[in-house]
Design a binder for this molecule. Structure first.
Ligand code: ZN
Length: 153
């Protein structure tokens, strides 16, 4: 297992050092939502630009720890080009993966990890409950941004 943990650590570090989709988008047409995790001091700005029901573009701003930054970077690559239903499903499944292990029935989560691709790297954070909010911050913020889009539309 240590080989896998090393791989996961490398993926997280790679996204932290080379964050994908970093920057801003002009608002409008994009919408922006700010998220804050006072436990750690992480701050994130999620910009999304919709094309109909699809996230045509996404940019990530703000600052925070390696877990919050790499999670936001991975999220941006995972949701770009997906429609809101697919994104809501992914948000739901990601947050389920990041819930405390004892709350997950059986071992169904292990099979699911393959579908997550790089995002599975963040599952190790569950061992450190104080960091879970770091990993879920960008996802909650994206969810709020999508709600904002729906209210406007
Ligand atoms: Zn953090």
């Amino acid at each position: 297992m240590s080989g896998l943990e090393d791989l996961y650590r490398e993926i997280i570090l790679d996204h932290y050092k080379n964050p994908r989709n970093q920057g801003e988008l002009p608002t409008p047409p994009a919408v922006v939502e700010q998220g804050h995790n006072p436990l750690c001091g992480d701050e994130v700005f999620v910009y999304i630009e919709m094309d109909g029901d699809t996230i045509a573009d996404i940019k990530i701003g703000g600052q925070g720890c390696s877990i919050s930054r790499s999670s936001a970077s991975m999220m941006s690559t995972a949701v770009k080009g997906k429609n809101s239903e697919e994104v809501h499903e992914l948000i739901h499944r990601f947050k389920a993966m990041m819930s405390v292990e004892e709350e997950r029935p059986g071992h169904e989560g292990e099979a699911d990890l393959k579908e997550f691709g790089e995002l599975a790297a963040l599952q190790g954070v569950v061992k450190f409950p104080v960091r879970i909010k770091c990993a879920t911050l960008a996802w909650n913020t994206l969810n709020q941004a999508l709600e904002r889009v729906q209210q406007a539309g």
